[in-house]
Design a protein around this ligand. Structure first.
Ligand SMILES: C[S@@+](CC[C@H](N)C(=O)[O-])C[C@H]1O[C@@H](n2cnc3c(N)ncnc32)[C@H](O)[C@@H]1O
Length: 398
């Protein structure tokens, strides 16, 4: 895809990275998330039999990247490849990334269609600069991130993402590390409550955490239906049934919506991934290139908004105080957030909560990774180490 002469410094090639169509010797090893790359290529995974994901805000995304359509664009959340396919059809070269090995059949389809113009890498977008460097590129012209789960992940009960479908309480996009069941059965009441409050913004987090801990004295919680029912029995439809917007009743949300969101965020370390992905994109998008991010809930949207807004100078608090200095402006032409049209929402209700934010990379040096000021909620004391410990505890390890 890139002129290899442009590579500025030699980056270690991630073991799990590979380009479809590379020779055997270029496939370097095992994917930590989903088994050996070799075996995944040898065994033809059938395309999942459910409807593939409908890309949201596609026209708006294409508009953002229109100025760089003859360049290289990283699709950091490949999914069913909706964005990759549409961008490649308009001439862009695509470096696609997804942490979920189950999307490979879709990647194979695009490889067949676009050949050398398309490569797929199994990995996390927090490392997208390393993946891009391993592809031989120093800079790219655009990065698009479409945060969250795909319809395929939600619709397959056995992935454990949805309270609408019974299945094992799993939620791991990359199929490794502690599952949602591990957290629900392994964390203490206080930690569970903090996690549900911080990542789900669920006001009744304490009552839910207590109900979980009471329940698991006798039984482990191992299915999505068990957890959904437990939450429903604990908080019912409270606060949910009478909301009105523009004179119409707002569609009821399942009472377990926020708990499932919180667990999914924790299991997949989603907010850390997002922050690291944004800073990673800042390092590899060339001056004049574009970054677009589609988010689906306020926690994520706030992070993206503040990441771009960090360019702006803080308002002067008082006329007696010196004007605060503007920091380096990593991003310019910050676009007004885009939402789906009513037509799109009618065709694809999932688009209702989507927000696209985008901006153009300026000439200034990339900033150092920083979580401060971005509004990342702290789930007190719930670190990856604790989640891993919770995982082994719930599986009966000493
Ligand atoms: C909303 S879907 C993307 C759909 C895609 N835009 C399309 O049009 O088909 C999100 C995808 O991102 C992947 N994903 C989520 N977090 C990720 C991360 N940190 N790194 C890499 N992939 C991630 C998920 O596995 C999922 O396949």
């Amino acid at each position: 895809l890139c002129d290899r002469a442009l590579v500025l410094k030699k980056m270690p090639i991630p073991l799990w990275s590979y380009a479809l169509g590379d020779t055997e010797k270029n496939r370097l090893g095992n994917a930590p998330d989903s088994g050996s790359v070799k075996s995944q290529r040898a065994v033809k995974t059938p395309v999942v039999s459910i409807d593939p994901h409908l890309p949201v805000l596609l026209d708006e995304v294409l508009q953002v990247f229109q100025p760089v359509m003859n360049g290289i664009i990283v699709d950091g959340t490949f999914g069913a490849g909706g964005y990759s396919k549409a961008l490649a059809a308009k001439g862009a070269k695509i470096i696609a990334i997804d942490r979920d090995g189950k999307v490979k059949p879709f990647a194979n389809d695009l490889k067949n269609q676009f050949g050398e113009m398309f490569s797929f890498h199994l990995g996390q977008f927090s490392q997208l600069d390393e993946i891009v460097a391993a592809s031989g590129c120093s800079f790219v012209d655009g990065v698009i991130l479409d945060i969250g789960v795909s319809s395929m992940q939600l619709d397959q009960g056995e992935r454990g993402f949805s309270f609408m479908r019974d299945g094992p309480l799993d939620m791991r996009m990359g199929q490794s590390g502690p599952s949602a069941a591990d957290l629900v059965n392994g964390l203490g009441e206080r930690e569970l409550s903090d996690l549900i409050f911080a990542y789900g913004e669920e006001k009744r987090a304490r009552a839910i955490a207590k109900a979980i801990v009471d329940f698991r004295r006798d039984n482990l919680i191992v299915t999505t239906a068990q957890l959904a029912k437990l939450v429903e029995d604990t908080i019912g439809q409270k606060g949910n049934s009478k909301r009105m917007k523009a004179g119409k009743p707002v569609a009821k949300k399942h009472p377990a919506t926020k708990v499932f969101q919180a667990l999914r965020i924790a299991v997949n370390n989603e907010l850390d991934e997002l922050v690291k992905g944004l800073f990673s994109a800042e390092r590899i998008v060339r001056e004049g290139g574009w970054l677009g991010v589609v988010t689906f809930h306020s926690l994520e949207d706030r992070i993206v908004k503040r990441f771009f807004d960090a360019n702006k100078s803080s308002p002067t608090l008082s006329r007696h105080m010196p004007q605060e200095q503007k920091g380096p402006q990593s991003w310019s032409n910050i676009g007004k957030a885009k939402k789906a049209s009513t037509t799109e929402i009618a065709a694809n209700p999932r688009a209702r909560s989507a927000t696209l934010r985008f901006a153009q990379r300026s000439a200034s040096d990339p900033r150092d990774l920083s979580f401060s000021g971005l509004g990342v909620p702290l789930s007190k004391g719930v670190s990856i180490a604790k989640l891993e410990k919770a995982g082994s505890k719930s599986r009966g390890a000493p």
